[in-house]
Design a protein around this ligand. Structure first.
Ligand code: DMJ
Length: 644
């Protein structure tokens, strides 16, 4: 007789061995049986832990994949072929009457705000603390000047203004002189019904900004909060001239007081040279011209000095980012390249600042870049690549050509600088004309079934039927060129492209364009001209379509352009308006039930989109006449220089 087996010893530890080779190696069958036997020998706790670890690994892997995929999309401009989703019928209902009531977002939107897609390095985006509505500072505070002055660095840390920020040295060459401001705008007829609709939209947007984001960069209308990009009151500065043009005097005055008392540039913050030039420098210069208030010019001059260190590179092609407190400039973290559109779309502003202040350095720095790029090889019939290296001064990523992101305003500023300077700088005109011919030769196609003319992209000889909404600046720019004496066939192209841009809006269920459209090149049953990939179906409240509608109406007086603009304004009201104040960019222009607000109102919605709509509906073609003004790429009007 043997004694009964002893009870299994109690284990007071857990051991999990995950072996990927070793004992379970060579022969398949044996390995499977052996692994299974080992698994059965584990206690329940051990098995649960092993399963838990595997599940954790899977979740981590999935999250890493999502992150990498998103970054790749942002960096590569979504060039990889994805499955496209055709725009579906029915498209928009018939245009509504002028008095149709806007339909708000519900007070509490049924879905969570969509994921934020950040511009630039993620830590540039400073967020309001959690907790919804935030009492940070209000217009009243600004007027009373009773809030202790703290500043926020781009890293999000609150710092004292005195803290070690050596100011960029100020050149001593010319004392600031304050010339007479430009012609401004005449007092015109009271706003018509559609212009009143724009004013109502502006006031609604401003209400949200004033209540929840006053003095901060951007309103987050759904969460009733704000986000910081540069910490310089971006929306407020971008909107100054719009308020002046719309006749919103008390709002303008309140904002002007904030600029006077709260807008200080002696801060340890990094700004993007291009974005801050077109929005802040452009906004201040325009506010100065319209109001004649020298405060804005003084601020512009101070800001301009703080941007100049960006140009101190081996090639004189500026870095993308500059710290306006320390004067330290640098390229983006991931490259030493700058974007071609960015380095070539700051000239209108720097040239004007130079003219107003008498300080040559502003103009010289900006024009040096223009001259350099004019003589650079790597173009294709006037079309430029998207990147340029700040050390070598050479184009990089050769062979890729687009009129969209990263190249767009290069073309716009060729024409507009030529106009600004009195049409004397023929080098700019030559480059512009050559580029438009390059567009015709390489990038123009017609879609099926409606034969819409669109501007695609070229990558190493391969044509892609992809057009960013950003490209919709082009019909307006072409028309502007014709107004200033360029060939009539540019207007023919402008009219065709304008129709296409309108259809990019109209063929979407919300009536709002996606960020990127793909055009159908081959007749296919059931396919529309405009197709949208899931990753491209957001709308950021961008201005380009209504910008071009403004030019086309001014120069043709065809009322259909006003009607199209009115439709778009109503679509913004129906699908992006947040009841408590503000408008939000949305994630899905193809879903009227769930447009998915992104909880962000971009500053250009007030600086550009609503301004161009207001001007589009004006019958006074002397209001900011195209013979006396040129709009920068952020819609800030600057004077055409009086001829010498
Ligand atoms: C604006 O900042 C400017 O219009 C720029 O040229 C392009 N991007 C936005 C608007 O879409």
């Amino acid at each position: 007789m043997y004694p009964p087996p002893p009870p299994a010893p109690h284990r007071d530890f857990v051991s999990v061995t995950l072996s990927l080779g070793g004992s379970c190696d060579s022969r398949q069958g044996w390995r499977r049986r052996s692994c299974w036997r080992k698994w059965k020998q584990l206690s329940r706790l051990q098995r649960n832990m092993a399963l838990f670890l595997l599940a954790l690994l899977a979740v981590c892997g999935f999250l890493v994949y999502l992150n990498v995929a998103e970054q790749w999309r942002a960096l590569s401009s979504s060039r990889a072929e994805e499955r496209v989703r055709p725009a579906k019928a029915p498209v928009l209902p018939a245009p509504r009457k002028a008095d149709a009531a806007p339909r708000d977002f519900p007070e509490r939107p049924p879905q969570r705000p969509g994921k934020q897609f950040l511009r630039g390095p993620p830590n540039l985006q400073i967020r309001a603390p959690p907790g919804g509505q935030r009492r940070e500072s209000t217009p009243g505070d600004a007027l009373q000047g009773d809030v202790p002055r703290t500043v926020i660095s781009w890293r999000g840390a609150v710092i004292e203004p005195e803290q070690g920020t050596e100011l960029p040295s100020r050149p001593v060459e010319a004392p600031t002189r304050l010339p007479e401001p430009g012609p401004g705008i005449r007092n015109t007829a009271p706003p018509n019904e559609r212009q009143k609709g724009v004013i109502a939209a502006f006031l609604h947007a401003w209400k949200g900004y004033r209540r929840f984001a006053w003095g901060h960069d951007e309103l987050k209308p759904v969460s009733k909060s704000f986000s910081e990009w540069f910490g310089l009151g971006l929306t407020l500065v971008d909107a100054l001239d719009t308020m002046w043009i719309l006749g919103l005097k008390s709002e303008f005055q309140e904002a002007r007081n904030w600029v006077s008392q709260k807008l200080h540039f002696d801060k340890d913050v990094e700004v993007n040279l291009f974005e801050s030039t077109i929005r802040i420098l452009g906004g201040l210069l325009s506010a100065y011209h319209l109001s004649g208030d020298s405060l804005f010019l003084r601020k512009a001059e101070d800001f301009g000095h703080r941007l100049l260190p960006a140009f101190k590179t081996p090639s004189k092609v500026p870095y993308s980012d500059v710290n306006i407190g320390t004067g330290v400039a640098r390229p983006p973290r991931w490259t030493s390249d700058s974007t071609v559109a960015e380095v070539t779309s700051i000239q209108l502003e720097f040239r004007e600042l130079s003219r107003l202040t008498g300080i040559k350095a502003f103009r010289e720095a900006a024009e040096e870049v223009s001259r350099h790029i004019h003589s650079l090889s790597g173009k294709k019939d006037g079309l430029v690549p998207m990147f340029i290296n700040t050390h070598s001064g050479l184009f990089t990523h050769l062979g890729v050509f687009t009129l969209g992101a990263r190249a767009d305003s290069y073309y716009e500023y060729l024409l507009k600088q030529w106009i600004q300077g009195g049409k004397k700088e023929t080098q700019l005109l030559d480059d512009y004309l050559r580029a438009i011919q390059g567009v015709r030769t390489h990038l123009l196609r017609r879609s099926e079934p409606s034969k819409l003319t669109f501007v695609g992209e070229l990558a190493h000889g391969h044509f892609s039927a992809k057009m960013d909404h950003l490209v919709c600046f082009l019909p307006g720019t072409l028309a502007l060129g014709v107004h200033h004496g360029l060939p009539a066939d540019h207007m023919e192209l402008a009219l065709l492209l304008m129709e296409t841009c309108y259809q990019m809006n109209r063929q979407m269920e919300t009536g709002l364009s996606p960020e990127i459209a793909h055009f159908n090149l081959h007749p296919k049953p059931g396919y529309r001209d405009v197709q949208v990939k899931p990753s491209d179906r957001h709308n950021l409240l961008r201005p380009e379509t209504v910008e071009s509608l403004f030019y086309l109406y001014r120069l043709t007086r065809d009322p259909k352009y006003q009607d199209w603009g009115w439709e778009i304004l109503q679509s913004f009201n129906q699908h992006t308006r947040v009841p408590s104040g503000g408008y939000s960019s949305i994630n899905n222009v193809q879903d009227v039930q769930r447009p998915q607000p992104r909880d962000k109102m971009e500053s250009f919605f007030l600086g550009e989109t609503l301004k161009y709509l207001y001007l589009l509906f004006s019958e006074d073609h002397g209001l900011l006449s195209l013979d006396t003004h040129v709009f920068n790429t952020e819609a800030h009007p600057l004077p055409i220089w009086p001829s010498a």
